[in-house]
Design a protein around this ligand. Sequence first.
Ligand code: F6P
Length: 351
Amino acid sequence: MKRIAVFTSGGDAPGMNACIRAVVRAGHYYGLEVFGVIRGYDGMINGDLMEMDDRSVSNIIQKGGTILKSARSEAFRTPEGRKKAFQNLKKFGIDGLVAIGGNGTFTGAQLFHSEFGIPCVGCPGTIDNDLYGTDFTIGYDTAVNTCLAAIDRIRDTADAHERAFFIEVMGRDTGYIAVRSAIGGGAEMAIMPEKKMNVKDIIEKFKYGTSSSKSSHIVVVAEGDTSGRAGEIASAVKKAIPDLDIKVTILGHVQRGGAPTAADRVLASRLGLGAVEGLLKSKTNVMVGVINRTLTYTDFKETITKKKPINNELSRMIEILNGRKYQQPSEAKASAKAEKSTKAKKKAKSK
Ligand code: F6P
């Protein structure tokens, strides 16, 4: 192997630049020539490659985004697109690839490898942390910290106005960002696809939470929750508890930007180096990850198809730390009965 190319693809994530830097510098350390592909798979199809020297990655370790740009390529989904991409890589003499991205990126890389045999090692780069084969993905820690900074601010105003906030975070169809943001942000609930709650369950749980002496409430909602988006869930809760002042905040793409945290810079650097060393050891069609602090290589096939479960301990603790005492089912039944009768009395009085 003499010449490798690195590219970023799919949703950008803070720390991708640190990973590019590591690939370029590690490549040179081992005597390889390193090229950067601009705009992911689209760049391969368009022949948009440039040689990168050590200085081309100076001063980027601290920057969000990706200096190589990113894209979700439609053209690469076609056999013609992939053929063109391969022809261009051949033209540039590329004999190995480092793909920094998520599930879609590795699905493309696997297909590309099966058709043209070009060795490829992937680095998990996505804020979603939804990849099997690594404890954490590049960008996840930064995204969670960005959510926390926002939740802390929302908490101030929620408290001042005694309101309930439903805060929607990203994560595609997983709740990794939601669960850690909820714990770190001291939220009462994390609503996420892994919990499989319907709106009725959510309302019941929320009612239980609001019956404490708290005057403001924070609920984190994963964008991919199956019972609906934060706005829909908040409307249903408002219908059930009309007296509650409810607001919705969607954090959106703010979660994708910003300087990577120390954890993301170190992880990205480690994975970038691991990818180059993997290619040199003839590893291919694998994603490099860190599991229990140890560098590991997992087949793309597994990474793409297997689900990484959310640690139950994490979702369980949100409820415990919510500040309500555990009730035995019989106690819960009794307090629900008491609540019902208070309501009935109130209703009768108002008549
Ligand atoms: O995969 C990263 C991610 O930010 C997801 O959390 C989100 O669902 C999606 O990308 C948004 O994609 P886009 O930037 O293309 O709208």
